[in-house]
Design a binder for this molecule. Structure first.
Ligand code: SAM
Length: 429
């Protein structure tokens, strides 16, 4: 096992040349044989890095002084960002094209390392932001002057002096702020910052697409999101895509990949409030059907209410449990013999065959058992919506062991100024 680096101490400042970007919002540097993950830096830069954490085999650091800047470096537009400051954004110091290139490099690297797909082409597409006329792109810089506020859900933490703010990176320490520039303009207009919140741990806010922004005082309060001509009534603190254009963008990408046809059967796994099941259900029509699997009670209740007019069955279960054969008891031979009851496999709650599958797991990914069960149901296509490229790449590799292939990969910048990126992968047998 690697030892904690002895050559470095916490808070020590060292000069390093910064290497390639790595998943997690930092770049890799090496100092006297030790790997150092450096935040607030860019590949090729010479920086003074302050060591923030020492771990077996590696260290973490922040670039506190830039000795030679990379061409993609910009002055962070947010004054609360930087070393030892607000941890909400990772890429404030990177130009817009630089942020896209950064995320492309990360996705490419995860595919190469974990899915054994070296040099797979990756292009990160930008989403429209509030106030912009349409699609942003590297070629249309004029829409870049639109409001950068894309976060329609913000949870401000309250510090010991009752001031609201955001946490430092990898810390519980709160940085009181007077504005979060990536918060949606409607959230920024709420009376949250610039006052104290005695007796409150955190202030949660939401700006739904339909209706006014609000401070969530009752987590069961309902809000309405509007996507693709449908209303989705959901719990205010329940899961929903955070970027205002993400839900529509991802639905379009999934439909384009799967091309669901009337009469087909579909699964929407990790279905939440039914965003994808609604779109696929409309496409397969009354002669087809969709089974949505979701573990969280608020998501299930919302899906049942929102999709009542569509051929969608909503199953409340973990996906792992719903797709695995149930263990059922068989009476022992000779009746009442007292020994252990043997178990046998029963029918899974959700059984194949199925034509198409939408797979949208949390950051941990779906895992081998879920992938095996999907493959066993013999779909013609799977559209995998992924918020973590590492988990996606691991799961792609599980599909590949069954002879499946990555037929298309799209990536979207649903989280500007942070290191996060959303991918939509088409997998086919
Ligand atoms: C990334 S969200 C996607 C939700 C939905 N597809 C959407 O776009 O609105 C993942 C969802 O999976 C649910 N979830 C997490 N772990 C689960 C599991 N093991 N089985 C089923 N659902 C799970 C969460 O409650 C959440 O609703």
């Amino acid at each position: 096992m690697s030892a904690i680096p002895q050559t470095l101490t916490e808070r020590e400042r060292i000069e390093v040349t910064v290497g390639e970007v790595a998943h997690g919002g930092h770049c890799v540097a090496r100092h006297e044989g030790v790997v150092i993950f450096v935040r607030h830096a860019l590949p090729g830069e010479r920086v003074v890095a302050e060591i923030t954490e020492l771990h077996p085999g590696y260290a973490r650091a922040e670039a506190v002084e830039i000795l030679s800047a990379a061409p993609d470096r910009v002055t962070p537009p947010c004054r609360w960002s930087g070393p030892n400051a607000c941890g909400g954004c990772d890429l404030q110091h990177v130009s817009e094209p630089g942020q896209l290139a950064w995320k492309e490099a990360v996705v490419r690297e995860q595919l190469a390392r974990l899915a054994h797909l070296p040099d797979h082409p990756v292009r990160v597409e930008q989403l429209p932001v509030p106030g912009s006329a349409g699609e942003r792109s590297r070629e249309t810089p004029e829409v870049h002057s639109a409001d950068p506020g894309w976060r329609t859900r913000v949870r401000y933490t309250v510090d010991a002096a009752d001031r609201p703010g955001l946490r430092k990176h990898r810390s519980h320490e709160v940085v009181p702020i007077d504005e979060c520039m990536i918060a949606h303009p409607a959230i920024r207009a709420l009376p949250v910052l610039g006052r104290t919140w005695p007796g409150v741990e955190a202030v949660e806010t939401v700006a739904p697409s339909d209706g006014s922004a609000l401070i969530i005082e009752d987590p069961a309060a309902k809000i309405v999101e509007h996507v693709a001509g449908r209303d989705f009534t959901i719990a205010a603190s329940g899961f929903w895509q955070v970027h205002p254009a993400a839900a529509q963008t991802l639905v379009d990408a999934v439909l384009a990949q799967l091309e669901p046809k009337p009469g087909e059967t579909a699964w929407d796994l990790y279905g939440g409030a039914g965003l994808f099941a609604a779109a696929v259900g409309s496409a397969v029509g009354v002669t087809g059907n969709v089974t949505l699997v979701e573990a969280a009670a608020d998501g299930v209740a919302a899906a049942r209410a929102n999709l009542a007019d569509l051929p969608v069955r909503v199953v409340q279960s973990t996906v792992e449990h719903a797709l695995s054969p149930r263990r059922s008891k068989r009476p022992g031979r000779g009746g009442g013999g007292g020994g252990k009851m043997p178990l046998r496999g029963g029918a899974a709650q959700v059984q194949g065959p199925v034509d198409v599958v939408v797979l949208d797991p949390p950051r941990t990914g779906a895992g081998k058992k879920v992938v095996d069960a999907i493959v066993a149901a013999q779909p013609r296509a799977v559209s995998y919506v992924a918020c973590d490229p590492a988990a996606l790449a691991r799961d792609i590799d599980f599909f590949q062991t069954h002879g499946w292939r990555l037929a298309q990969l799209r990536a979207f910048d649903c989280f500007p100024f942070t290191h996060h990126v959303e991918c939509v992968a088409l997998l086919t047998p």
